[in-house]
Design a protein around this ligand. Sequence first.
Ligand SMILES: Nc1ncnc2c1ncn2[C@@H]1O[C@H](COP(=O)(O)OP(=O)(O)OP(=O)(O)O)[C@@H](O)[C@H]1O
Length: 312
Amino acid sequence: MTPVLEVDGLAVDYENGVRALDGATLTVSAGETVGIVGESGSGKSTLGAAVGGLLPSSARITSGAVRVDGAEVHRLRPKALRALRRDRLGFVFQEPIGSLDPTMRVGKQVALALRGRGGDVLSHLDRVRLSDPARVARAYPHQLSGGMAQRVAIAMAMACEPEILVADEPTAALDAQIRDDVLDVIFSLAAAAGTTILWLSHDLPAVGKRCSRIAVMYGGRVVESGTAAGVFGAPRHPYTAALVAAVPGAAARGERLTSIPGQPPVLTGPADGCAFAPRCPDALDLCGSRPPLVVAGDREVLCHRATVAVGR
Ligand SMILES: Nc1ncnc2c1ncn2[C@@H]1O[C@H](COP(=O)(O)OP(=O)(O)OP(=O)(O)O)[C@@H](O)[C@H]1O
C-alpha cells in the first residue's frame, strides 16, 4: 500500500542561508496520528509547509522529495497543486486569524470551503462545538475570540475531509482551559473522516496522550520515530531522552528534571555528522560522520549509538 505521505531525504534552505531541513525522512500511513516534536528551530514548521507546497518563496528545496499518495508535491503544476490543497490537504495554524479572510462573514467563508461537498454551514459549525453557530456565521473574524476563530479554521480545514491535516501548534495561542476541547474537536473530526494528522508541537505530554506515532526532529532531521509509548517510554536517541527528561512533570513522576545544556544548531549547510553530537552526553568519535538510519521493529533511530547497540 502506498503511504499517504513520504518525506524522503528533504533538504530546504532559506535565502538567508539557513538550512531548515537537512535530509528529513518520514513515512506516514493513512489514518495515523503523528506528533512531530522538537525544540524551536528543529524544522517542524518547514516540514509541515513543505507537505502542502506552502514553503515561502525564500525557501528552496535542495534535495529530496515530499510525496502525497505517491505524487511529488513540488513537481505538481499549479492547477494540480491547488487541487491537492483544496481536496486532500487541510491546514490549521497557531494563529487562526491568518487562515480567515477579515473582510468576509464567517458563514460565507465556511460556505466557500464546503462548496460542492454538501453539508450546510450551520451544521458544519456545530460539529466544531461552537455554542451559537448562527451568531458565529454572521460574525466577521475580528468579532470572534481566539478559540472560536480556531474552531472556524478547523471547520474550514476539515470541510473537504482531507487525507492529511497538518496542525502546526493549533492550541499554542489559546487559553489553557480550552486547549483540550479544541484538540478533541480536531481528533474526533479526523477520526470520523479517516484523516491522517501531522501535529507539530512543543507539548510532549499532550502529543503523547493523543498520537499513535511520534517523530522527533533535531537539526532539520527526524532523529527518532516510533509509537508514542515506545519513543517517550524508552527513547533510543539521546536527544529524545534529553527532551523527555526536560518535560515539566518528569520530576513529578520521580525522575530528575534536567534542561538540555547548550543550544540547538542553526545550520547554514548540511551537517557533516550528527547535529546533536556537541550537546550529547553519549557522543562517540563516530558521531562526526552522518549517522545511518537504524530500523528496529517500528522504531527508526538516526544515531551511531543505536547502530552500535544492534551490533551493525
Ligand atoms: N522564512 C524563513 N526565512 C529564514 N529562515 C527561516 C524561515 N522560517 C524558518 N527559518 C529558520 O529555519 C529553521 C527551522 O525553522 P522552523 O520554523 O521550521 O522550525 P520549528 O521547529 O517549527 O520552530 P518553532 O517550534 O519555533 O516554530 C530555523 O533556524 C528558523 O530560524
